[in-house]
Design a binder for this molecule. Structure first.
Ligand code: TXA
Ligand code: MG
Length: 345
């Protein structure tokens, strides 16, 4: 299959590009689209055959459910069997934006979308191109991140092309994603709202609207053997380069000393550090964002993880992000890339 890339500036949308995307989606084809979080691989959520193509193109396990993207909060009552007051409050506060809510699903959503679960994940993206495509198609769109399963999520059209060239027909290039990590996933199916995946909307922001919230232990801890994942996506090794990644807790000076001693002992190691630290920690080194600025780290993390293998190291030691606010999402993704390997200095 030939993969076409069509470009549009998000602030001056090219209607011809949107029309091509919506025509392909209405015809049951896949289209990669930019969102404010990461690029998504979209299909008509109401067409099980179209949705099946997503799993094939990504090599995604069939038991990992997809997020349904809607153009309007009114889509909530079309896709969810019950819309609790908490969902309306969250939609009012954070939609359009990087928040996904899990609610009881309606019959309208095919079982393949929710991987057989009785719930459905819903999100209304704020990216102008994503919003325009959903509007033009007039359909809810199932869309996981547009990467090959297991590799870092794509934050540019070039990342999508690297993973899916020849596997999908169309990529819409709307530039780099602003948030850089995927949406916050919160389930409203239990007694207390629970964050299953941290993201662009922070637990502090959710708590300010909802009062009590819980954070699923799987956000920062590996699942116990035999335990069932509340969010099936959390159980897979994710975002991982081929190079071994190890997270390092400690000061910049301690980090630099660790790299120095490992290199002296003959280990081929590289550093994943913050901007401006490369000279101090020694090369090869790659920066992901600014120290203490979680939003900039979120924007740069996946691109850096994609570039790690080119450093030719056996191990890459990564500076630990702050774990508050959006930093919790950065830490959660880095933990999975590191298969939970951490060192405290
Ligand atoms: O920002 C995002 O959320 C991006 C953009 C494209 O919107 N999408 C995204 O989708 O990250 P994906 O498929 O890569 O991640 C969806 C996550 C997975 O961990 C999945 O297991 C979980 O949401 N999920 C989806 N439906 C669920 C459900 N019914 N119950 C529990 N978890 C669910
Ligand atoms: Mg994903």
């Amino acid at each position: 299959m030939t993969t076409t890339v069509l470009k549009t500036d998000p602030s001056h949308i090219d209607e011809k590009v949107i029309l091509s995307a919506s025509a392909a989606l209405k015809a049951g084809e896949l289209v990669a689209i930019p969102t404010e979080t990461v690029y998504g691989l979209a299909a008509n959520a109401l067409d099980a055959h179209a949705v099946e193509k997503i799993f094939i193109a990504k090599g995604r396990p069939q038991d990992n459910p997809l997020i349904v993207h809607i153009a309007d909060p009114a889509g909530l009552s079309l896709c969810a069997a019950e819309v609790p007051e908490s969902a309306l409050r969250l939609a009012k506060a954070f939609w359009p934006g990087p928040l996904t809510m899990i609610l009881k699903k309606t019959e309208r959503i095919p079982g393949i979308v929710s991987a057989g679960l009785p719930s459905v994940a819903l999100r209304m993206p704020s990216h102008p191109v994503a919003a325009a495509v959903i509007h033009a198609a007039g359909l809810p769109l199932a869309a996981p991140s547009a990467n090959l399963s297991g590799s870092p999520s794509p934050t540019s059209a070039a990342h999508v092309f690297d993973d899916l060239n020849g596997r999908i027909g169309l990529i819409i290039d709307g530039g780099d994603c602003g948030v850089g990590v995927e949406s916050t996933v919160v389930t409203l199916c239990g007694d207390t709202p629970r964050v299953l995946r941290p993201g662009g909307i922070t637990p502090e922001q959710l708590a300010a609207v909802l009062g009590g919230i819980e954070i699923d232990p799987a956000v920062t801890k590996p699942l116990a053997k035999g335990a069932r994942a509340a969010s099936p996506g959390m159980k897979y090794r994710h975002y991982a380069p081929r190079t071994r990644v190890v997270i390092v807790h400690g000061s910049l000076a301690e980090f630099a000393a660790l790299l120095k001693s490992r290199r002296a002992s003959g280990e081929r190691c590289a550093a994943l550090c913050f901007e401006g630290e490369e000279a101090l920690v020694g090369r090869p080194a790659l920066a992901y964002g600014i120290a203490g600025d979680a939003a900039s780290q979120a924007r740069k993390l996946f691109g850096a993880l994609r570039a790690v293998d080119a450093l030719g190291a056996e191990t890459v030691y990564a500076r630990c992000p702050p774990r508050e606010g959006v930093g919790l999402a950065v830490y959660n993704r880095l933990l999975r890339a590191a298969a939970f390997q951490e060192i405290a200095l």
